[in-house]
Design a protein. Sequence first.
Length: 261
Amino acid sequence: MVKPCRAVSFAAAFTFVLTLTTAISRTNAGETGKAVPDSTIRSGSLTIMWWKSPAMTIVPVGDTLVFLYSPHNGASVDSVARKNNLRCLINGSFFSGVRGDAYHAGLLTLYGSPVSPALADRQLTHVVRINSTAHTVTFLPAESIIPSVDPHVVEFQTGPLVIEEGKVREDLIRSSINGVTPHTRTLLATLDGRRCFFVTVTEKVVLNDLATSLRGLSVFQGGRLDVMNLDGGSSVALYLRDTPGWNYNAGDRLPILIGFH
């Protein structure tokens, strides 16, 4: 989905790598009332999970989290992943313009250096802050954000925040532009701000219904769950090196991507 934003003139690709101290969440079919995946596939040390309804893939993030920003990108998602030797890659966030000539929508800070300013927008409610020194991923309100000057930090504006500390943010979903209309989705989930998960939903869903489903999944028990909407619609993309049959829209060309080795 494309939103208006002040243009920036960065033509090169920026890569940010965050080493995470992750622990793999495994499903437990014996956990009463918790939805277990319909299919799972092992990819190295990770268990990739798929649910039939809604059509959803959840990927635990491996040892590294990579942020790629290339506003004039002409390469497909799968080719970018292969070039950077990434096991998994998803679309990252909202952008303006068109593919091949696009810009990040809202605040973007790379390594503590400003790229684009914060944008007052009812969709872009929060900022994702990735800190490679603290090994954390946090979601901060965009309206009160003070951009970081830490050279180990990447932060980007997106939204809305869907779940905060296990509670559905109905207010933010209702006030967002596309929260209560059905779309395919890409989201970033965290447990306790350290264990990270990519979530792609290739069935059109509204965010409050999706949030209810996410809270009931076995993989998201045993910690403080926070979930951020990253983007949706035609931009949703998923590349999995070891399970190509689960890829989705991997031939698209997108300016903002997040993945891991």
